[in-house]
Design a protein. Structure first.
Length: 404
């Protein structure tokens, strides 16, 4: 018999692993080329080249030159950096579908905010990513494209509005994740629809013996700069589901907005340093202040922890199973001292990942997680500190598989 829950868990693990690996590759190459571009030496005669840099790594020396448009002759071997971006987005989109679309009743839709059907929530989720790119692209192609600072400010306003909008209909966890996906979609679309096509035009002109127009490089650099400043906030938003203090508070969308500002201050420091434009230590002071404001905002009411959950449609069969009351007693006795609105475990101030297991409805909604964490594996309780017996774990397994 195929255990779908275990297969889904391993599929999630594989996708998350792939997403992290490809994300590291994309972020690494992006940061490297931004630092390289800013640090190029332009204080010498380089002919047609715009700048050069000598670097050492792994016991070897590298001599790198940059051409604003293209060299006089097309090199035989040209490396394109694109699949890192595409693979990161595709794996992230697959994770979004697996976790937030298939698990919409638990993780996406908040009926206390908007009483949406699953298909409506999924449609809004997917459509918002597409619409966001179209709005952003139109702004970049408008006269604002010649005013980078004003464009960045308007982009920040757009991101704040999207964060607030997501929070009006989705769970706080989904708001953070979708704002990250919204931003990542803009970044990957920049590569797919703008940066790569512009580079192909330059290569085609060069092969045909034409002088490429410098505007294509200018446009691509603008989008690449946006990607550079958006990277760090996206990482925070993708990791936020591990931290209820970030996603499950009244001001979660404001925290997300401040995270974008922290991304700007941190990147400004490193970009200034790489460009040899000084050492702006003040950016770290601003970053710390913004971080402390986020910590203060997180002390507001934890909305998703105070709302009383009903049994989700997909979990009704687990609540109706004859063994459910026995399982509920086990979970209440072994797990609820931590997974409570006010945990009883010393030093614990909020339930891990915001998961509460204090009512039968909450336990039924978390059936799959309980089965995987305490039935199939012994991950919970941690170090078996509440002494869950083998017979109790076996009952959890029988309950889940019998009701599945």
């Amino acid at each position: 018999m195929v255990d779908l829950a275990i297969l889904e868990a391993w599929a999630e693990f594989a996708l998350r692993w792939l997403h992290v690996i490809t994300g590291i590759a994309w972020i690494g190459s992006s940061f490297y080329f931004i630092a390289l571009d800013l640090g190029l030496r332009r204080d010498r005669d380089l002919g047609a080249a715009d700048g050069e840099e000598w670097q050492v790594h792994g016991g070897g020396f590298y001599h790198i030159q940059k051409y604003l448009v293209a060299p006089e002759r097309m090199p035989e071997h040209l490396t394109w950096f694109k699949w890192e971006s595409y693979s990161t987005w595709l794996s992230g989109a697959a994770l979004l579908a697996l976790l937030y679309w298939l698990g919409a009743e638990l993780y996406l839709i908040d009926p206390n905010k908007a009483d949406l059907a699953v298909w409506q929530g999924v449609l809004i989720s997917a459509a918002s990513l597409t619409v966001g790119w179209l709005v952003y692209d139109a702004l970049c192609k408008s006269p604002l494209g010649e005013r980078p600072t004003a464009l960045m400010l308007l982009l920040f306003v757009l991101l704040v509005i999207m964060g607030w909008g997501y929070d009006q209909i989705f769970t706080g966890r989904a708001m953070m994740l979708h704002l990250g996906a919204f931003t990542a979609t803009i970044m990957t679309a920049n590569v797919f629809f703008v940066i790569m096509p512009n580079q192909r035009i330059v290569v085609a002109d060069l092969k045909a013996g034409r002088v490429p127009d410098a505007k294509y490089g200018k446009i691509a650099k603008l989008r690449s700069t946006h990607n550079n400043y958006l990277t760090l906030p996206v990482i925070f938003l993708m990791l936020s589901n591990h931290y209820p203090l970030a996603f499950a508070t009244e001001w979660n969308w404001v925290i997300a907005a401040l995270v974008f500002l922290m991304g700007v201050t941190i990147r400004h420091y490193f970009n200034s340093l790489h460009a040899r434009q000084g050492n702006p230590h003040w950016t770290w002071g601003v970053t710390v202040v913004l971080f402390l404001i986020c910590a203060w905002l997180s002390t507001g009411p934890r909305l998703e922890m105070t709302a009383e959950a009903a049994v989700a449609p997909g979990a009704e069969r687990f609540a109706a199973d004859a063994r459910f009351l026995d399982v509920a007693d086990i979970v209440l006795g072994r797990c609820s001292m931590c997974h409570a609105e006010e945990p009883a475990w010393p030093g614990m101030h909020w339930p891990p990942k915001g998961v509460r297991l204090e009512t039968e409805a909450q336990i039924a909604n978390q059936a799959k997680a309980i089965y995987l964490q305490s039935g199939v594996s012994h991950a919970m309780p941690p170090a078996n500190l509440s002494w869950m017996e083998p017979e109790e774990r076996a009952l959890i397994v029988d309950w889940y598989r019998g009701a599945e």
